[in-house]
Write a new protein. Structure first.
Length: 645
């Protein structure tokens, strides 16, 4: 007997043992039937599931689905799910010849009609994380088959359940955000996801908070849970990265390919001082090590790359406001360093990646992502150029008060001077790329982004739709060897390197991104948690436009710093006590006061207003004799009160 025949004979014997072990032989071993089929539903050939397997798996040498070495793999599968939710589809010509188990609990198949898809609720036996599925055969007829399809988890909205409404950490979050808005911040929208459920979903403030002259507005349309925000650089993840991850999963794009294999003109020139474009790979670009400057300001004819702090008429050699010329200008952009030798975050990287998506798909990026990612997921509020696609300004938060002029201190061709609302704030995205770019331009809300974040937690899919496979996701979110706070595009918590935004409570595997307009996404796959915080912090006055034109008042508030709000989100998931949260707030007030007193850069009106908001939050939680009351009566508490007044 040769070795292969010996292995096959052993495998056959083990198959018989395995079959006997999964078919109940006596009544006391028979698992309890927990539920029955609920309804019959057909599945589309376009649907893509976590599990889509036909049993039994034929024991043939040439059957790639049959596992010779681990025979139990031929009757078991793994899927991702959450406690109290989930379903699967069953199709069989004779379901009575099979047994079905989820996490070791028997699932009744009596209602499965021959040759018809049946939807079965498995919510009573699912658990958070990996779940097991097991098939048992009750006969040996080759004609009896059973096909199982398991969708990806979908979110259940429990934000209005009493336990979440009464969560002390979430109450503190509400108080803090409302106080910040009362004391000068613009607006916010938040969604918190944990174990497949939305446990917090709230909106605060007005769509537009200030007049063009900087006067506070007290009336106007309010932000609600459907309101759109300009995502700024979160576009990089939820448009461009999602698109690239999908294309890689489908075998349509190789991230190790050279850019020149897609755009033949992407080559070094003889007179380039720093070379590297000819050998630049897509992976290099995703890792922000492509050599490009952070912001060559393609939109600005008056930008002088040799002296960026001073405007000079028509000094920008790579200026264009013609989208069809964007690629040529990127090719003409001089490299700042040899690719692969540094990590420098650059918008150019994702402008180029967006153009690569367009070349591969033959579609403009907005058309591709909206029709191939967002619409299949049922996301109706995630899109580019919303004012051109049926949305009105009353559905979108405002951004900078005076266009892109920084209070009329910056000027270039066609510069906008009106309050921006519904048009992408980012200059390169608006003027050069006409609102559709790989680095900025996407609008969305916390509800839709929660679904996209859940898709990452689900390892690539949502409902009946797989956007990318798990192996591709693993490749994109793993740490960069030279800087673990970077993945392929994704920003990573690493060993606390991104804790300033993600908080100290996020696992080191956490990924996400920030956006310059005041947006944050945090996705913690280990804890099945996501935090979406959207603000429009640039919809506030500029502190001193002539000296520091990018210093918006809104950026001085806790909301725009992100980490404290995210920390409260994790505290809510942990069900921190009222006393513990009071101590957090006391610490916030104390540290913020010390920060203002000791640091000249924190001594603006916005910083003092932020401290007043924190103190107002503290005051609202004061009760006679509690830890807040004791602090407010202390010497430091009294000192801070006088400082604010």
């Amino acid at each position: 007997m040769n070795k292969r025949m010996g292995v096959r004979k052993c495998a056959l014997l083990l198959s018989l043992v395995t079959l006997a072990s999964v078919v109940p032989a006596t009544s006391f071993l028979k698992p309890q039937t927990l539920f029955a089929a609920q309804s019959s539903n057909s599945t589309s050939t376009q649907d893509k599931f976590q599990i889509d397997q036909k049993f039994p798996i034929d024991e043939k040498d040439d059957n790639p689905d049959f596992d010779t070495w681990s025979l139990l793999n031929n009757v078991t599968r793994k899927f991702y799910g959450f406690a109290g939710q989930g379903y699967l589809y069953v199709y069989s010509n004779n379901a009575s010849k099979f047994g079905l188990y989820v996490n070791g609990k028997k699932v009744a198949l009596k209602a499965v009609k021959p040759n018809s898809w049946t939807k079965i609720n498995i919510a009573r036996v699912t658990k958070n994380g990996n779940n097991s599925l097991q098939i048992a055969r009750k006969g040996t007829s080759a004609s009896d088959t059973l096909q199982i399809k398991v969708p990806y988890p979908t979110l259940v909205n429990q934000a209005k359940e009493k336990k979440n409404l009464q969560n002390n950490s979430f109450k503190l979050m509400d108080t803090l955000i409302k106080q910040e808005i009362k004391h000068g911040f613009s607006s916010a929208q938040i969604a918190i996801v944990h174990n497949g459920k939305i446990i917090k979903q709230s909106s605060y403030g007005l769509l537009d908070s200030y007049s063009e002259s900087g006067e506070r507005l007290t009336t106007g349309p309010k932000v609600n849970n459907s309101t759109l925000y300009d995502l700024a650089s979160n576009t990089k993840m939820y448009a461009t990265n999602f698109a690239i991850q999908k294309l890689v999963s489908e075998g349509k794009l190789d991230i190790n390919a050279k850019v020149s294999s897609i755009f033949p003109d992407f080559q070094d020139k003889a007179d380039d001082k720093i070379k590297g474009k000819s050998n630049l790979t897509i992976r290099d670009i995703l890792m922000h090590q492509a050599g490009f400057p952070a912001d060559p300001q393609y939109h600005n004819n008056n930008y002088d790359p040799t002296n960026p702090s001073v405007n000079k008429a028509n000094a920008n050699p790579v200026y264009t406001q013609d989208r069809s010329q964007a690629l040529n200008k990127i090719i003409a952009t001089p490299l700042n360093y040899v690719p692969g030798t540094k990590t420098i975050y650059s918008d150019v990287d994702y402008m180029l990646l967006g153009l690569i998506v367009e070349k591969i798909t033959g579609q403009r990026e907005d058309d591709y992502v909206e029709h191939n990612i967002y619409q299949p997921l049922g996301l109706t509020h995630t899109l580019y150029n919303p004012l051109q696609k049926g949305f009105t300004k009353n559905q979108i938060t405002a951004a900078e008060l005076n266009g892109n002029t920084r209070d009329h201190t910056i000027s270039f061709n066609n510069v906008r001077t009106h309050t921006l609302q519904g048009e992408v704030h980012d200059e390169k995205a608006f003027y050069t790329m006409k609102g559709v770019s790989g680095h900025a331009g996407l609008f969305s809300n916390a509800s839709d982004l929660a679904v996209l974040a859940q898709t990452v937690i689900n390892r690539g899919g949502y409902g009946k739709h797989r956007i990318f496979d798990e192996d591709t996701l693993d490749e994109f979110i793993k740490p960069k060897s030279t800087d673990p706070s970077y993945g392929l595009g994704w920003r990573r918590q690493a060993s606390g390197k991104y804790a300033w935004a993600f908080s100290n409570f996020a696992d080191e595997s956490t990924v996400g991104h920030t956006g310059w307009t005041g947006t944050l996404t945090v996705v913690d796959p280990k804890e099945n948690t996501a935090v979406i915080l959207l603000t429009n912090c640039r919809n506030t006055p500029i502190i001193n436009a002539k000296q520091t034109p990018n210093d918006f008042a809104g950026s001085h508030y806790r909301l725009a710093k992100y980490g404290d709000i995210v920390g409260l989100a994790f505290a809510g998931i942990n069900h921190d006590s009222k006393n513990a949260n009071n101590q957090k707030l006391i610490s916030l007030v104390t540290q913020r006061y010390n920060e203002i007193v000791k640091n000249k850069g924190d001594q603006t009106f916005a910083d003092k207003n932020d401290l007043a908001a924190l103190y107002g939050s503290l005051k609202s939680r004061r009760k006679h004799g509690n830890n807040v009351d004791k602090f407010m009566k202390s010497h430091l508490g009294v000192t801070i009160k006088k400082f604010i007044e």
